[in-house]
Design a protein around this ligand. Structure first.
Ligand code: GLN
Length: 541
C-alpha cells in the first residue's frame, strides 16, 4: 500500500518548503523506496503556463508537455526522475474537471456541492498518480490559515480516514524569525501555525524549522511543549543560501540526514529501510561546489524589466541550477551577472564589457523588448570567439544574427516581433498559425532530435538522438535552411523528419552552440546537462 507524507507550510510562504519536500524525497529514495511527489497549488489558473515568471517564478516544463510550478523542478532535480504534469494539481483543475463532469451529466439528479465533491475530486487526482509507488509526498502550496488551502487539508483528512493514520504523516515546515531588535529566535508564530493546523483536524508529526540559525535544544523543547510534537521530531533547517555561505541547496539532504529525519519518518510509517543510503557521489559533487578550485564569469543577457526587488534567479532557476551542476562537475565556481540587453541598444560601446566574461548565455524569452541588444551580444560573442550558449529564443536570435551578418539578409527577423519582415528566418509553422487559445498550446514537452555525426553537440551528448524539452511557438523557417547551411551554419540536431532545427553550432569557434529546446530542464547534480557541461569547460579553456 502507498504511504503518504503531507507537507504544509506555516508562518510565511517562500521558506523552502519545496526544497525540503524534494530533499526528503531523495533521502527516502536513497533507502530504496519508489517515490512520487505531488504539488498542490491553490490558485485558480489551470497551470503555471499563463503566470508571469517575474512574479511567480520559472515555468517548469515536463516531458509530457506540462507547464507547471517551479517546485516540480526541484523535485525532479533532487529525485533525478521525470515527473508528469499530473503531479501538479491546482484549484482551477479541480473545479474545471467537476464543472465539465456536471455539464456532461455525470452527476445527473445530484446536487454538486463543495463537500463531498471537491475533496473527492482532489483525492481521486492524488490517487491517479500514486499507484504503484511506495511513498508519495504531497506538498500543499501557501501557508496554513490561507482560505484557499482548506479544501486540500480537508481532502487529506478524508484520505487519512480511508487509509489509516499509520499510512500518512503530516509535516509542518515553519519559519522562526529572529527580530533584529532582540536578536532572539521566536517560536510563537510556529505555535500559532500548529494551532491553525489543528483547527483543520491535523496534528503535525514533524515540524521542520526554517530560520537564519540552527534551532537550539531549548527552543526544540519549547515547541515540544506547546505543539505536542516530540522534540526529536522538531527538525532544524537553517539557511544554506545567504551572505557568505556557498550558494547550494544540495547540502540540505545531507543536513537532514544528520538529524536522522529519514529513519524517523520510516519509523513513524512502520517501514523498514530497503537499502543503506549511499551519498558518496552526491558528496563528491557537493565538494565540487563547496571547495571549487576555479572560477568563471558568465553573462546572461536577457530582458529584465520592471521587476523591482524581485530576485531574478527565480525566473531562470533551472539555468542557474544547470550551471551549478556543471560547475560542480568541473570544480568551478560560476559567477553569474544578469545583463539587461537594453543596455547594448542604448550605448553601442557598452558591448565591450562582454570581454570581461568567460561566456555568454541568451536564455529563453518572449517579445521584442531588448531583442536588438541580445542580437548585438550574440554577434559580439561570435566575432570575438567568446563561448556562447543559446537557449530557445537564444537559438532563434543566433539564427537571425547569422542571417543578417553572414548571409547578408539585412531584414532577417522573427515574425514574433516583425510580422511583415522581408526575411522571416524565424516563423510560425502552419499548425501554430491555427492556434487561438493561449494556454497550453505552444510546442511543449520532450521531442526527439537526431544529432549530426561529427558535430560538437553529438560529441557532448555522446548519443545519436536525444529528447529535450520544448516551450515555444516559433521555429527556424524551413525556407531558409539552405542559405543558412550554405553560409556555414551547422544544424547539429534536427527533428526526425528533418523539418525542425533543434541544435545549431558554428565550427571554428571555441563554443557556439544553441538549441531550440531547454536542456536546463534535464540537468542533475550527479548528471549535468551535456551542453552546460561543455559550455563550462569551454569557458574554462
Ligand atoms: N518566443 C519564442 C517562441 O515562442 C521563444 C520561446 C522561448 O524562448 N521559450 O518561439
Amino acid at each position: 500500500m502507498t504511504k503518504y507524507i503531507a507537507v504544509v507550510g506555516g508562518v510565511i510562504s517562500g521558506v523552502g518548503k519545496g526544497v525540503a519536500t524534494a530533499s526528503i524525497a531523495r533521502i527516502l529514495k536513497e533507502r530504496g523506496f519508489s517515490i512520487n511527489i505531488i504539488k498542490i497549488d491553490p490558485y485558480i489558473n489551470c497551470d503555471a503556463g499563463t503566470l508571469r515568471p517575474t512574479e511567480h517564478g520559472e515555468v517548469w516544463v515536463t516531458d509530457d508537455g506540462g507547464e507547471i510550478d517551479q517546485d516540480l523542478g526541484n523535485y525532479e532535480r533532487f529525485l533525478e526522475q521525470p515527473l508528469s504534469k499530473l503531479n501538479n494539481i491546482t484549484t482551477g483543475q479541480i473545479y474545471k474537471s467537476l464543472i465539465d463532469k456536471e455539464r456532461r451529466g455525470d452527476f445527473l439528479g445530484e446536487t454538486v456541492q463543495f463537500i463531498p465533491h471537491v475533496p473527492d475530486e482532489i483525492k481521486s487526482r492524488i490517487k491517479q498518480v500514486s499507484g504503484g509507488y511506495d511513498i508519495v509526498l504531497i506538498e500543499i502550496g501557501g501557508t496554513v490559515g490561507d482560505y484557499e488551502n482548506i479544501p486540500f487539508l480537508f481532502a487529506l483528512k478524508s484520505l487519512e480516514n480511508e487509509i489509516g493514520n499509520d499510512n500518512i504523516i503530516y509535516m509542518l515546515v515553519t519559519y522562526l524569525p529572529i527580530p533584529s531588535h532582540i536578536e532572539e529566535m521566536k517560536t510563537k508564530p510556529t505555535q500559532t501555525s500548529v494551532k491553525l493546523l489543528r483547527e483543520n483536524g491535523i496534528q503535525p508529526d514533524f515540524i521542520l524549522c526554517r530560520g537564519k540559525k540552527r534551532l537550539d535544544e531549548i527552543r526544540k523543547k519549547k515547541i515540544e511543549l506547546y505543539a505536542n510534537v516530540k522534540s526529536d521530531n522538531v527538525i532544524s533547517m537553517p539557511d544554506v543560501v545567504g551572505e557568505g555561505t556557498p550558494n547550494t541547496l544540495y547540502v540540505i539532504p545531507i543536513d537532514l540526514e544528520k538529524e536522522r529525519l529519514g529513519d524517523k519518518i520510516l519509523n513513524r510509517l512502520k517501514l523498514e529501510t530497503k537499502k543503506e543510503p549511499d551519498w558518496r557521489d552526491w558528496l563528491e559533487k557537493l565538494n565540487g561546489i563547496l571547495n571549487a578550485e576555479k572560477k568563471i564569469k558568465i553573462a546572461i543577457v536577457g530582458k529584465y524589466l520592471n521587476i523591482g526587488d524581485y530576485k531574478l534567479v527565480d525566473s531562470y532557476i533551472s539555468i542557474n541550477e544547470a550551471l551549478i551542476h556543471a560547475g560542480a562537475n568541473n570544480k568551478t565556481k560560476i559567477e553569474i551577472t544578469w545583463i539587461d540587453s537594453k543596455e547594448f541598444e542604448k550605448d553601442l560601446y557598452s558591448i565591450e564589457k562582454l570581454r570581461n566574461y568567460n561566456g555568454v548565455i541568451v536564455p529563453g524569452g518572449f517579445g521584442g523588448s531588448g531583442v536588438e541588444g541580445k542580437i548585438n551580444a550574440i554577434r559580439y560573442s561570435r566575432e570575438n570567439n567568446i563561448p556562447y550558449l543559446g537557449l530557445c529564443f537564444g537559438l532563434q536570435l543566433a539564427v537571425i544574427e547569422f542571417a543578417r551578418n553572414v548571409c547578408n539578409l539585412e531584414k532577417a527577423h522573427t515574425t514574433e516581433i516583425d510580422h511583415l519582415t522581408k526575411n522571416p528566418v524565424i516563423d510560425l509553422l502552419p499548425e501554430q498559425k491555427l492556434v487561438l487559445e493561449k494556454g497550453g498550446t505552444m510546442r511543449l514537452g520532450a521531442y526527439k532530435a537526431l544529432l549530426k555525426e561529427g558535430s560538437r553537440v553529438r560529441e557532448l551528448y555522446n548519443k545519436d538522438e536525444v529528447f529535450e524539452r520544448h516551450r515555444h511557438r516559433y521555429e527556424v523557417n524551413p525556407e531558409y535552411h539552405m542559405i543558412l547551411l550554405e553560409k556555414g551554419l551547422v544544424f547539429s540536431g534536427v527533428s526526425p523528419d528533418g523539418r525542425l532545427v533543434e541544435f545549431i553550432e558554428l565550427p571554428n569557434h571555441k563554443f557556439f552552440i544553441a538549441t531550440q529546446a531547454h536542456p536546463e530542464f534535464k540537468s542533475y547534480l550527479l548528471n549535468p546537462a551535456p551542453l552546460f557541461d561543455g559550455f563550462v569547460k569551454a569557458c574554462l579553456d
